[in-house]
Design a protein around this ligand. Structure first.
Ligand code: HDE
Length: 714
């Protein structure tokens, strides 16, 4: 067997295409190497020299006749496919989904039937605004797209890590994306919303208020893909075998809890390790620490459609979990990294319209637009035969009368490519197994004139934004206000700044407006208060609005300790003079707590420990504080580190970013030099023997976020 990396392996082990079931007899020459070992052209011709081009003489010009070089370079020139217009930067993994108990009473959807069945999945996480080579940690929404390869065909649940969206109608999507993308005259800034065109658009689009709250919260800065939630966003339908349809909202709940970075940390990571989230996903899968999520359902009977005070078809609204609980029904486990980024992560083609019997749509006008957009995008990006690529291929072989197109791989035999036919025995034909066929639910639509209008039931733009604010802890409010301030301080146009304050923020909450006003200098105009709205932003209607101050959904807050700290990275700062035994005991204790300790020395190689050289994992200049979750300083190294700027900065940053710090008693000077108050919560100075236990304990709180705020500079 040739090594897997050089083989022609179909990543999802899908059945071979008919074209691969070749009956050509290959008589390999006895002196050739095995497949995968010998260099050939794409036509299977053995390459004599792949490193030198063909020249007319040894110092002469290269010849047009050089078929070997021309084939190689031409292929290279065509290596890229158009990157996704949005969600261009992504990382993905294979895995499985397994339902806990049959949900047949709710849906026919194949993965939700039998707890004994595991459904293969491919999941792609992404940022939205940045291009493919941008950073993993901008302030942005994250895509959470799941492809289920089921016995009934492919089902794509193309969601985000936030439960609502900026706009209510798909027709506005190009405007939203043009506004948030780099500005067109100079293509600046990359992967950021902190610029004039974005705030110009959203300040003129009050329906984005709720989503703005999510994006300005730390939800936009996930610590890892394994610690963020996922949401289907729209209200979908689930249909059971009796044809009964119910509304459903899909949720992914990470078993590691929801944990985020803080803003300054995220910005620094963008420079120090732009692959931070993708690296974490890759490494955790490689070491067997598989990201896991529960699929949760919020189910609403059709008869209850209008009882919420907002419209279920409006994607800027969520159903509070306190009103309709999220019921966990199954588990998603990501357990295998892709073999090839391009073939799988880049060429995977999601489409909201890829559904299976048991899943159906609602009239959400955002969802309806997506049903058009995704197929259109895949045709443009990957081509009409995108479904034939291994990563997109249905487990159940596709069989129909569609033919040809660019890069067709299937070799359809025979002369029949139409239906009905008798020359092909009528095949392929409609399934006699009626239950297995996809049928749209026969929803009774209301009759009325065709209109280009928004339903009046979509007009309350602020109540749930207020609800989000009301549901936050103090530190979360602090971070949200700081994020708005950061963005608006970056906006140059005074009109845009003023409009955001006086037509959006004041309508969300007066405290938020006041905090942002203080940090940006944007005045709150008396005419712009919620009591006296300006004509362009009327006080929104809707039954929730009058009680908006009382709305709360504590499930929205991230102020909860994570259920596990497995996989968190701990920096152990070393230097000459450490005690090998002490450090080894610490590393052992940290590993026993399922943490990932890394030792950092002044240079790569070793430090001089008391009893000889001790190997370090990384050199200080290559190991920035921001990529760790906590810092540990053992005995014997503190006094020397206290005099080093790099070490001071390392510890100071960890403190600023709210991370647990535990240092041996002789390292107190390092904390002083770094400006870290030793009395602070999560800062420990103690005897080496109790250091690790304290650190593990503090880590179970993830961060000490009250330390962190751009509103409190220095
Ligand atoms: Fe997308 N979106 N989107 N989107 N979206 C795309 O499809 C679009 C929306 C989401 O990892 C594109 O293959 C429209 C909401 C994810 O490959 C494109 C509208 C949600 C991904 C497209 C929306 C999403 C995409 C670009 C407004 C959360 C990445 C490349 C109606 C529920 C999937 C592509 C992956 C990708 C269109 C709004 C999630 C252009 C028109 C709401 C996770 O087709």
């Amino acid at each position: 067997m040739p090594p897997r990396t050089s083989g022609q392996v179909t990543p999802n082990d899908a059945p071979p295409l008919p074209s691969q079931e070749t009956d050509k007899t290959v008589n390999l020459r006895p002196d050739t190497l095995a497949p995968g070992e010998e260099l050939t052209t794409n036509q299977g011709v053995t390459v004599s020299d792949d490193q030198n081009s063909l020249k007319s003489h040894v110092r002469g010009p290269t010849l047009l006749e050089d078929i070997l070089m021309r084939e190689k370079i031409t292929h290279f020139d065509h290596e890229r496919i158009p990157e996704r217009v949005v969600h261009a930067r992504g990382a993905a993994a294979h895995g499985v989904f397994q339902v806990y108990e049959s949900q047949a009473h709710l849906t026919m959807a194949a993965p939700l039937q039998d707890p004994a069945v595991t459904t293969p999945v491919f999941v792609r996480f992404s940022t939205v605004a940045g291009s493919r080579g941008s950073t993993d940690t901008p302030r942005d929404v994250r895509g959470f797209a799941v492809k289920f390869y089921t016995q009934d065909g492919v089902w794509d649940l193309v969601g985000n890590n936030m439960p609502v969206f900026f706009i209510q109608d798909a027709n506005k999507f190009p405007d939203l994306i043009h506004a948030v993308k780099p500005e067109p005259h100079n293509e600046i800034p990359q992967a950021q919303s902190a610029h004039d065109t974005f705030w110009d658009f959203v300040s003129l689009t009050p329906e984005s208020a709720h989503m703005l709250m999510w994006v300005m919260s730390d939800r936009a800065l996930p610590r890892s893909f394994a610690t963020m939630e996922g949401f289907g966003v729209h209200t979908f339908r689930m249909v059971n075998a009796e044809g009964v349809s119910r509304f459903v909202k899909f949720h992914w709940k990470p078993l590691k809890g929801v944990c985020s970075l803080v803003w300054e940390e995220a910005q620094l990571i963008s420079g120090k390790d732009p692959d931070f989230n993708r690296r974490d996903l890759w490494e955790s899968i490689e070491r067997g620490d598989f990201p896991e999520y529960e699929l949760g359902l919020q189910v609403v009977e059709e008869a209850d459609e209008h009882k919420f005070g907002f419209d279920l078809l409006d994607a800027t609204k969520l159903i509070p979990e306190e009103i309709v609980p999220v019921v966990p029904v199954g588990k998603l486990t990501l357990n295998r990294n892709p073999d090839n980024f391009f073939a799988e992560t880049e060429q995977v083609a999601f489409h909201t319209g890829h559904v299976i019997p048991g899943i159906d749509f609602t009239n959400d006008p955002l969802l309806q637009g997506r049903l058009f957009s995704y197929i259109d995008t895949q045709l443009r990006r990957v081509g009409p035969n995108f479904h034939e690529l291994p990563i997109n291929r249905s487990l159940r072989p596709a069989d129909n009368h569609q033919r040809d197109g660019f890069a067709r791989m299937t070799i359809n035999k025979g002369r029949v490519s139409y239906f009905p036919n008798s020359l092909g025995g009528g095949c392929p034909m409609h399934s006699p197994a009626a239950a297995a066929a996809f049928r749209s639910v026969a929803i009774k639509e209301q009759a009325g004139p065709k209109v280009r209008e928004r339903s009046p039931s979509f007009s309350d733009h602020f109540s749930q934004a207020t609800q989000f604010w009301n549901s936050m802890s103090d530190w979360e409010k602090d971070h949200i206000a700081a994020a708005f301030a950061f963005e608006l301080n970056q906006v140059v146009d005074e009109v845009v700044r003023d409009r955001t304050m006086n037509e959006i923020l004041v309508n969300i909450h007066k405290d938020l407006a006041a905090m942002v006003s203080e940090a940006t200098g944007i005045a709150i105009s008396p005419a712009g208060t919620p009591e006296a709205p300006t004509p362009s932003a009327p006080t929104p209607a809707g039954p929730l609005r009058k009680d908006a101050d009382k709305l709360r959904s504590l499930a929205l807050s991230m102020d909860k300790p994570p259920p596990t700290i497995k996989g968190r990275k701990v920096a152990v700062l070393l230097g000459d003079g450490v005690d090998t035994g002490e450090v080894e005991a610490m590393l052992e204790a940290l590993s026993a707590a399922a943490l990932m300790p890394e030792t950092i020395g002044p240079r790569a190689g070793t430090v001089a420990a008391g009893d000889g050289p001790m190997k370090v994992n990384r050199a200080a200049a290559n190991a920035p504080s921001v990529v760790y979750d906590a810092v540990l300083v053992p005995t014997g190294v503190g006094p020397a580190l206290a005099a080093q700027t790099l070490a001071q900065r390392f510890v100071h940053e960890a403190w600023r970013h709210g991370k647990p710090i535990a240092v041996a008693s002789d390292a107190e000077a390092l904390l002083k030099a770094a400006g870290v108050p030793t009395s602070d919560d999560g800062v420990t100075v103690t005897a080496a023997t109790s250091l690790t236990a304290r650190l593990v304990d503090d880590l179970s709180r993830h961060r000490f976020p009250r330390r962190v705020s751009v509103l409190r500079p220095s």
